[in-house]
Each structure stands twice: as structure tokens, then as C-alpha cells.
Design a protein around this ligand. Structure first.
Ligand SMILES: Cc1cc2nc3c(=O)[nH]c(=O)nc-3n(C[C@H](O)[C@H](O)[C@H](O)COP(=O)(O)OP(=O)(O)OC[C@H]3O[C@@H](n4cnc5c(N)ncnc54)[C@H](O)[C@@H]3O)c2cc1C
Ligand code: FES
Length: 289
């Protein structure tokens, strides 16, 4: 599979939820080879502000139309500039980069857990899991757990209606769906319905991924997690996106994996979660009553 640098034509760039935008790019070679879970490095503007390309996952892939979509949250200067970019202009894109989600390696129910903008790569995955596709083959019994901090940050319900699968929603402040984190919701549904996933796919904040990984590891459930790290090159050259991992040749020893080259999709057991920086602990922002 190749990697390409293309000048992509912006077909649409629109707000879809609070601070969340959807960018639609015509980009034939990258769209033809993209897989769910992979990402692109996008040069937001010409010049030195921002200096580096920024990584974004494939949110939807339409190879037949030579198009892919990105869902992004405005968090800093680069993404703010991106939100100001107009339909009809062009951006330089490098990709597809990194590894992709793998099909389930055992039959059975599938749980997909997304926190906040972590929904971005999971949306294409859900499409490929829910419908017969060359890559995933079409799974049965899929439950999607989707949590945000507050209702305004949530993608509209209609976004998921075509998938025709159960969507369990949560917000930290209780303004939509279950009040609490998406991991609390995940645990609640599993307890109440006695539903057990054979495989988990997840993307979200580090504390969320940490909690999902601990749940999966304690029960021997395979989990594929899409992880993030600050990236300079996206190509394995700067070694800036390193995460601590057990060394498969000597399990007590450590080594480093690189999110851009070895990931961004990692099995839960292939990361040293207790050595991640910053520590995966955040105080709750809201209290549910
Ligand atoms: C493989 C990969 C895929 C990604 N996919 C998406 C996606 O689909 N949609 C999306 O909205 N974002 C995604 N991101 C995160 C995105 O790259 C950053 O939000 C973006 O680079 C921020 O650029 P900025 O110039 O606006 O912010 P900056 O000015 O660079 O930073 C603003 C703030 O955001 C923090 N920040 C920046 N990058 C990250 C990061 N990678 N992880 C955590 N905090 C960060 C900074 O520490 C700082 O506090 C992905 C990151 C990776 C590594
Ligand atoms: S971003 Fe440079 S090695 Fe991963």
C-alpha cells in the first residue's frame, strides 16, 4: 500500500456540533487506499503558522467518489485555521498513514466505544462492521457506546440512524442520555443486559482508553484502541510519538512503540498503561445526581 501527497479539493467544511466540524475532501489516490483507523497528515495553511502538519483520522471513506471525510474538534490554532478554510480551496494531505482496525478475530458481539471526538474514526468502522464489506465481512450484534461532556458536543442522532444498530448515549453532565462517562454507561449496559462483547473497538481520551483497556484485560476480551500522541512527522522519522510498551521478546522489559508507525491502533495489552504520561487520571468535571 502506498503513501501519497495530494492537493485535496475542499468540497465542504461545516460545523456539525459544538466546536466540531466536518471536512469533505476530494482526494483520489488517498481515498482509494484508506482503511478505517488510518489517518492523514494535513497541512492546514501555507507558510509557518502552524508550522507542522496535523494528524486526522478518516471519518468516512468513499473511494467510489474519490472522497474522504474528516471530523475535527477545534482545540488550538491549527484546527481554528482549518475551520476558517472555505469550500473550493485546496489543502495538502499525506496519507494513508498508520495501521487500520482489524476485523474481529473471533465471532460474537462487538462493542464500539467512543468518547468525544474519538467518534471520528469509529464512524467509518461502524459502517464497515454493520454492512457487508470486503474488509470486515459484515458483523452481527454491534452496540455503539457514545459519550461526550455535554449534549451540545454530541453528533445528532440522525448521523447514526442509517447504521440501524443500538446507540447508547451518555454525557458527563447528564444533558443527554445516561449521566456519567461512556465507560460508566458501557459497564451499566453490560451489567443490566448481561450482554458480553467478544471484541471491543475504542477511541477517546487517554483516561477513557485506560478504563476500557483495564476492563478488557481483566476479562480477557480483545480490544483494539485508537491512541493519540503529539506528532511532528507522522512517518516514523522524528520518534516524537513514542509510547511505552512491553517488549514481546522479554515481557518484563520495556520498549517504545510509535503511534504513527506501529499504531494508531493498538491491542490493549500492547501498551504499558501505568507508564503513560500524563497519568491517566482526571477529576470528574460534573457530578450526576
Ligand atoms: C493519529 C491521530 C488521529 C487524530 N485524529 C483526529 C480526528 O479525527 N479529529 C480530531 O479532531 N483530532 C484528531 N487528532 C488530534 C488532532 O491531531 C489535534 O487536535 C490537532 O493536531 C490539534 O491541532 P491545533 O493546532 O488545533 O492544536 P495545538 O495548538 O497544536 O494544540 C492545542 C491543544 O490541543 C492539545 N493537542 C494537540 N494535539 C493533540 C493530540 N494529538 N492529542 C491530545 N491533545 C492534543 C495540545 O496539547 C494543546 O493543549 C488526531 C491525532 C492523532 C495523533
Ligand atoms: S510523529 Fe514522527 S515518528 Fe511518529
Amino acid at each position: 500500500m502506498g503513501k501519497y501527497q495530494e492537493e485535496a479539493l475542499i468540497l465542504a467544511n461545516e460545523g456539525v456540533a459544538d466546536t466540531t466540524w466536518r471536512l469533505v475532501l476530494e482526494c483520489p489516490r488517498i481515498a482509494a487506499e484508506a482503511r478505517p483507523g488510518q489517518f492523514v497528515m494535513l497541512q492546514i495553511r501555507e507558510g509557518t503558522d502552524p508550522l507542522l502538519r496535523r494528524p486526522f483520522s478518516f471519518h468516512r471513506i468513499h473511494p467510489e467518489r474519490a472522497v474522504f471525510e474528516i471530523l475535527y474538534r477545534v482545540v488550538g490554532r491549527g484546527t481554528w485555521w482549518l475551520s476558517q478554510t472555505r469550500q473550493g480551496s485546496r489543502v495538502s494531505v499525506v496519507g494513508p498513514l498508520g495501521n487500520a482496525f482489524r476485523p474481529p478475530d473471533r465471532p460474537g458481539p462487538v462493542a464500539v466505544v467512543g468518547g468525544g471526538i474519538g467518534v471520528a474514526p469509529l464512524y467509518e468502522l461502524l459502517h464497515q462492521l454493520a454492512k457487508p464489506s470486503a474488509f470486515f465481512g459484515g458483523a452481527v450484534d454491534i452496540h455503539f457506546f457514545y459519550g461526550t461532556r455535554t449534549a451540545a458536543e454530541m453528533l445528532p442522532e440522525s448521523t447514526f440512524s442509517e447504521l440501524n444498530l443500538p446507540v447508547h448515549r451518555s454525557t458527563d453532565d447528564g444533558t443527554a442520555g445516561f449521566c456519567g462517562t461512556v465507560v460508566d454507561l458501557f459497564r451499566r449496559v453490560l451489567e443490566k443486559d448481561r450482554w458480553r462483547p467478544a471484541v471491543i473497538y475504542a477511541c477517546g481520551s487517554l483516561p477513557m482508553q485506560f478504563a476500557v483497556a483495564q476492563w478488557a484485560l481483566s476479562r480477557g476480551t480483545p480490544a483494539q484502541l485508537s491512541l493519540e500522541s503529539l506528532m511532528a512527522c507522522g512517518l516514523g522519522a522524528c520518534l516524537g510519538c513514542a509510547l511505552p510498551a512491553p517488549d514481546p521478546k522479554a515481557p518484563n522489559a520495556d520498549r517504545y512503540v510509535h503511534v504513527c508507525k506501529d499504531g494508531p491502533i493498538f491491542e490493549a495489552g500492547s501498551i504499558r498503561w501505568n507508564k503513560m504520561q500524563p497519568p491517566p487520571v482526571t477529576p470528574p468535571t460534573f457530578v450526576c445526581v
